[in-house]
Ligand binder design. Structure first.
Ligand code: 5GP
Ligand code: ZN
Length: 115
């Protein structure tokens, strides 16, 4: 837990969010500014600043996080149509909240190319 981190506060329920899934390792909640019909953020419960800060011991956690993303896509009924998983990393990557998260975005045709 990092005192100033908004996602740590959502995980600990100190800050409000629409939580759609949680377990002992990860929490998923709806983005406050959705860019599509489904826009969910999936975060590790422990504070990891970004992909840059991942350690070998986090491999199982990240695999689990993607398994939860797959499960939520089915629950949101976007699995068949398809969806996008995004993890922005650092300033050039467009990261604005420095607690690692995966955006699960779907319910409409995504724009391409990226970048
Ligand atoms: P990033 O730009 O770091 O990849 O994404 C951060 C995301 O977090 C943005 O889509 C933003 O709308 C979302 N966000 C920022 N603060 C909050 C908050 O307090 N609650 C929720 N639910 N989402 C937030
Ligand atoms: Zn945090």
């Amino acid at each position: 837990m990092t005192n100033s981190c908004v996602f740590c506060k959502i995980v600990s329920k100190e800050a409000k969010a629409t939580i759609v899934y949680s377990d002992e390792q990860v929490t998923a909640f709806r983005d406050i500014r959705p860019v599509a019909r489904t826009h969910i953020l999936i975060v590790p419960n422990k504070h990891i600043e970004s992909v840059n800060a991942l350690e070998v011991e986090d491999e199982q956690l990240m695999g689990h996080l993607f398994a939860v993303a797959s499960q939520l896509a089915k629950e949101e009924r976007i699995d068949k149509g398809g969806y996008r998983l995004i993890t922005n990393t650092g300033i050039d990557g467009g990261q604005t909240v420095f607690h690692l998260h995966v955006h699960l975005i779907g319910g409409q045709r995504m724009k391409y190319p990226m970048g």
